[in-house]
Design a protein around this ligand. Structure first.
Ligand code: NAP
Length: 484
C-alpha cells in the first residue's frame, strides 16, 4: 500500500511543463539523516507538495511527532530505494564514509550536499568534491547549505530566499533548481563543483564587506575621542592642578566625537569617486583599471554611508538627552540662583539665537537627507529605482547631506575658531579638524562641475580617449610612420 501511495500518478515525462508545484506528481525525495536540518527541510518539502522519505540509521530512536505525518520514516536503504531521483545528504561530512554501503543504491541518483565548511581556510577538496569522489556513479550537487533551518521553516516569504547551487552535472543541477523553485527559493547557479568551497564557507563569513568600514569608523572615533580627552580633560587637569572634568567622558565626549566621525565618514563616501574622476582626467581614459585599494574603497561606499548615518543618528539621540543630564539641571539652577541673587536677567542674545537655530536646523535637515540615503541603500528600496533616480539620490542628495552637515558644524563653531581661547595647548577644536576632509571633497566636486572639466570627464566616461592613451590612434601612428 505504501508503495502504491508513493508511486507518482504521472511519471516525470508525462507531467505538463507548467504543472502547479502542489500536486501529487512530485517524485519522492529522500533525506538521509534525521537531525535538525533534515526535519526543517522535510517540513518545507511537504509544505511545497513534495513526497518525502527520511532515511535514518535507527528509525525507532526518532520521537513520534518530530516529522510531519506526511513524511515516511525508513532505514537508510529503504529511503534511498524510494527516492526517484533526489537524495539530500543531511549528515555531517565526517560521516559520509559511513554511507559507502549505499553506493550502488545511490548510483545514478542526484546527491544534494547541504554541508557547511568547518573553517574558513581549509585546503584540499570541498565536502561536495569529496562526496563526488566517494560516490562516483552519482550526480553530486552542492546547495541549500546557505539556508538555515529557521529559514526553511519560516516559509517562502520570510528569510533569505537565495539558494546557491553548483555541480558538474547539468542534469542534476536542473533537477535541484526545479525543486528549489518549487520550494519558493531563488536558485543561483554558481557553476561547476569547483565553486563548492566558496558556497561552503559562505555561511561562515562574518560581514566580509563591513570589516574595513567598521575599522575605519572605529579608528576615527578613537582619534576624535582621544583628541577631545587630551584637549578638554587631561591637559587642563594637569595644567590647572586638579580641574576635574572626567565626568565628560561618558556622554559629552561621546556626543562630541560622534558628529565628527559621521562627517568625516560621509566625506569618505564621496572621496574615492572624486579621486577616480581625477584619475580618469589625468590618464585621459577610463579603460585603465583603478588601483585595487581604490576599487575596494569604491565598493565600500554604501557601508561607510550607513555607518555615517548610524553615528549621526546616535549624535541626534545623545543631543536630545542633554537636557536630561543632572549637570544641566545643576548649571541651570545655579545660574538662575546667581542671577536672582544679583538681581540681573539673562540678556537677549540675538546672534546666539540665530546661531543655535541655524545649526540645529541644518543638523536636522542633514540627518533627514542622510536617512533617505540610508533607506534607498536597502536592496528592496534601491531595486525599485532606475539608474538615474538611484544616482540622483546617492550622489545628488548625498552631496546635499554633506553640505548641510558641514553647515551644521560651521554654524556650531560660529566665530569661535577665530578666538585664541579656542586653541588651548595649541590644539584646534575637534569640529574644525572634522570639517577639513569634507571641505576638500566639496571643493574638488565644485571643480569637477566647471564646464571645461565636466565636458572632458563626460567624454572620457562615454569612451573617448586622449591621443596619448588611445591604442587605436597609437596603432595608426605606428603604421603611418612605419615604426617597426
Ligand atoms: P544533526 O542535527 O546533528 O543531524 C545529523 C544527522 O546525521 C543525525 O541526526 C543522524 O541521523 C545522521 N547520521 C548519519 N550517519 C551518521 C553517523 N555516522 N554519525 C552521526 N550521525 C549520522 O545535524 P544538522 O544540523 O541536521 O546538520 C546536518 C548537515 O546539514 C550538516 O552537514 C550541516 O553542515 C548541514 N546544515 C545544517 C544547517 C543547520 O541550520 N542545522 C544549515 C545548513 C546546513 P540518524 O541518526 O537518523 O541517522
Amino acid at each position: 500500500m505504501v508503495e502504491d501511495m508513493t508511486t507518482p500518478l504521472l511519471s516525470d515525462s508525462e507531467a505538463p511543463a507548467d504543472a502547479l508545484p502542489v500536486c501529487l506528481t512530485s517524485p519522492t525525495v529522500a533525506i538521509l539523516g534525521s537531525g535538525d536540518f533534515s526535519r526543517s527541510l522535510a517540513l518545507r518539502l511537504v509544505a511545497s507538495g513534495v513526497r518525502v522519505v527520511v532515511g535514518s540509521r535507527c528509525v525507532n530512536r526518532i520521537p513520534s511527532g518530530l516529522f510531519p505525518d506526511a513524511v515516511e520514516l525508513r532505514n537508510q536503504e529503504g529511503a534511498v530505494s524510494q527516492a526517484v531521483c533526489l537524495v539530500f545528504m543531511a549528515v555531517f561530512p565526517e560521516h559520509y564514509c559511513s554511507l559507502l554501503g549505499l553506493q550502488s543504491a545511490l548510483a545514478g541518483k542526484v546527491l544534494v550536499d547541504v554541508s557547511n565548511g568547518a573553517e574558513m581556510n581549509i585546503h584540499g577538496p570541498s565536502n561536495a568534491e569529496r562526496l563526488a569522489e566517494l560516490f562516483p556513479d552519482s550526480l553530486v550537487v552542492k546547495g541549500f547549505n546557505t539556508v538555515s533551518t529557521w529559514e526553511l521553516q519560516t516559509g517562502a516569504h520570510d528569510g533569505s530566499r537565495q539558494v546557491m547551487i553548483c555541480s558538474n552535472s547539468t542534469e542534476g543541477k536542473k533537477k535541484v533548481v526545479q525543486l528549489a523553485r518549487q520550494m519558493g527559493f531563488h536558485p543561483v547557479d554558481m557553476g561547476g563543483l569547483s565553486a563548492a568551497r566558496e558556497i561552503e564557507v559562505a555561511p561562515l563569513r562574518l560581514f566580509p564587506s563591513w570589516s574595513g568600514p567598521v575599522v575605519v569608523t572605529f579608528l576615527l572615533f578613537l582619534f576624535f575621542y582621544g583628541y577631545g580627552f587630551l584637549r578638554g580633560i587631561l591637559l587642563p587637569f594637569l595644567a590647572q592642578g586638579g580641574h576635574n572634568a572626567f565626568y565628560r567622558l561618558a556622554l559629552d565626549l561621546v556626543n562630541e566625537s560622534l558628529p565628527a566621525v559621521a562627517l568625516v565618514t560621509l566625506a569618505l563616501v564621496y572621496f574615492p569617486g572624486l579621486f577616480a574622476a581625477w584619475l580618469q582626467l589625468w590618464r585621459g581614459t577610463k579603460y585603465q583599471r583603478f588601483p585595487s585599494w581604490l576599487d575596494n574603497w569604491l565598493q565600500r561606499r554604501k557601508q561607510l554611508g550607513l555607518l555615517s548615518f548610524l553615528c549621526a543618528a546616535l549624535h541626534g539621540v545623545y543631543s536630545l538627552c542633554l537636557p536630561l543630564r543632572r549637570i544641566t539641571l545643576h548649571r541651570l539652577v545655579n545660574t538662575a540662583y546667581r542671577q536672582v541673587k544679583a538681581g540681573t536677567e539673562e540678556p537677549w542674545d540675538e546672534l546666539g539665537v540665530w546661531r543655535s537655530d541655524l545649526y540645529l536646523s541644518c543638523g536636522v535637515l542633514g540627518l533627514g537627507v542622510l536617512s533617505l540615503l540610508a533607506i534607498t541603500s536597502l536592496p528592496t528600496v534601491g531595486n525599485t529605482l532606475n539608474w538615474r533616480e538611484f544616482t540622483f539620490v546617492q550622489s545628488g542628495l548625498g552631496y546635499i547631506a554633506l553640505t548641510l552637515s558641514i553647515m551644521h558644524t560651521l554654524f556650531f563653531g560660529w566665530d569661535f575658531a577665530f578666538h585664541i581661547e579656542a586653541y588651548p595647548f595649541y590644539m584646534p577644536p575637534s569640529y574644525l579638524l572634522a570639517v577639513v576632509v569634507p571641505c576638500i571633497v566639496l571643493v574638488c566636486r565644485c571643480f569637477l562641475l566647471l564646464p571645461c572639466i565636466f565636458t572632458r570627464l563626460t567624454r572620457i566616461r562615454r569612451g573617448w580617449e586622449s591621443k596619448r592613451n588611445c591604442p587605436v590612434l597609437q596603432h595608426h601612428y605606428v603604421v603611418a610612420n612605419g615604426i617597426p
